[in-house]
Design a protein around this ligand. Structure first.
Ligand SMILES: [Fe+2]
Ligand SMILES: [Fe+2]
Length: 245
């Protein structure tokens, strides 16, 4: 290949990347459209389908870290940062500070519904079992007061779900199970520090937690998504949410 041909080939590859056909996952649009209907897709006109980095998204490093996901794929994380700072201020164990920093990451970057479970599953290979357990059950515990630690039913939930909302039986069952578990207080402390009316004027930087994350989060050397862990595929999907397969 001559230099000119090589340049043309590179330009062609780039324009193809920018011109890939993107087909949304059923889950991305379910409700906005009837999931039983065939997914509508633009005419491909011979174009290739999205199979990697989506040029509309910021580039992730080849070996992404937890903080790369915070910076490049998650929505605003003031709630997580302020909860972690409150936990630190309250003098809880560092593992619980980490749990507070990560407790809602499914909401921040993946799936909102059943976020405690998704968050725990994303994190399980990289944190203490107790941390992941606490994160899984904080979702259910949020609906149930515990006077012994001063935790009351969140006023925010009254506004969000109405005064007559009653947690469904599977949530009540999860609560009963968690209440009698040896790690109950780990999960409960997440709810105690779960700052739902956080102060928009307070800025907390991710770097405040570099050491806590360094000590308690086992960052894989291959990068999150590329380490063959049981949740690596979930991190890859956050990285490349529009891949065709
Ligand atoms: Fe939560
Ligand atoms: Fe939260």
């Amino acid at each position: 290949m001559t230099t000119l041909q090589r340049a043309e080939a590179a330009e062609h590859a780039l324009s193809q990347e920018l011109d890939r056909v993107v087909v949304k996952s059923v889950l991305f649009t379910s409700g906005e459209r009837d999931p039983r209907q065939p997914v509508t897709r633009p005419p491909d006109d011979g174009r290739l389908y999205m199979m990697g980095h989506d040029p509309r998204l910021p580039w992730m490093p080849d070996k992404p870290t937890l903080f790369d996901f915070f910076r490049l794929r998650f929505g605003p994380s003031a709630h997580l940062l302020q909860s972690a700072r409150l936990a630190m201020k309250n003098g809880v164990d560092e593992k619980i500070v980490l749990a507070c920093l990560l407790h809602d990451i499914a909401i921040a970057g993946f799936i909102r519904s059943d976020h405690g479970y998704w968050s725990a599953q994303l994190l399980e290979p990289y944190v203490d079992e107790e941390v992941a357990w606490g994160i899984r059950y904080h979702q259910a515990l949020r609906f149930f007061p515990d006077e012994s630690v001063g935790y009351r039913y969140p006023e925010l939930y009254l506004k969000l779900f109405g005064a007559d909302y009653v947690p469904e039986p599977h949530i009540q069952a999860a609560y009963r199970y968690a209440r009698d578990h040896k790690w109950y207080m780990t999960s409960r402390l997440i709810t105690v520090n779960d700052l739902y009316s956080f102060d928009p004027t307070v800025q907390v930087q991710l770097e405040e937690f570099t050491d806590v994350v360094g000590r308690h989060f086992r960052q894989p050397k291959e990068g999150l998504g590329f380490d063959q862990s049981p949740s690596a595929h979930m991190w890859r999907t956050i990285n490349w949410p529009t891949r065709y397969l």
